[in-house]
Structures are given as C-alpha cells and as structure tokens.
Design a protein around this ligand. Structure first.
Ligand SMILES: [Zn+2]
Length: 73
C-alpha cells in the first residue's frame, strides 16, 4: 500500500511507525534528493540523482559519483 497524505509526504509509506520526528527528518532529505541539483561541472541546475551517490547531468551529459543524497551547494 503506497498511499501518502499531504501531511506525511513520502514518509506516508511507514504509516504510524518510527515516530513523527524521524519521519520528518527523512522527508527533508528525500525532498532534497529528488530535486535537480547544481552540477559541479557546468554549474547549472540539472544534476539528478540516479542511485546512491550516482548523479547524472543531462546538460553536459556527464554521469558522476558524488555525495549520496544531495550535492553540496
Ligand atoms: Zn552539468
């Protein structure tokens, strides 16, 4: 079951488990990791996370390894 509410966002998949605080922390990371990040090569907003630590920028056509969840601003 993958229902998610407006309030819990992506942490809705855990239901009532693990507590509100840790679920909120997880949401703040997951929201960031799913957004496009600034590419360290062309400095444009394009890099997208493919997997843990693997990023791809379609603007300069590069796939590279970097931080696991989000790139440094
Ligand atoms: Zn780039």
């Amino acid at each position: 079951m993958t229902t998610k509410s407006k309030k819990t966002k992506s942490a809705g998949r855990f239901g009532a488990r693990y507590g509100k605080k840790v679920r909120d922390k997880l949401v703040s990371v997951e929201v960031k990791q799913r957004k496009r990040q600034t590419c360290p090569f062309c400095k444009r907003l394009g890099a997208k996370r493919l997997s843990k630590g693997i990023w791809n920028c379609p603007k300069c056509n590069k796939t590279f390894a970097s931080h696991a969840y989000y790139l440094e601003e």
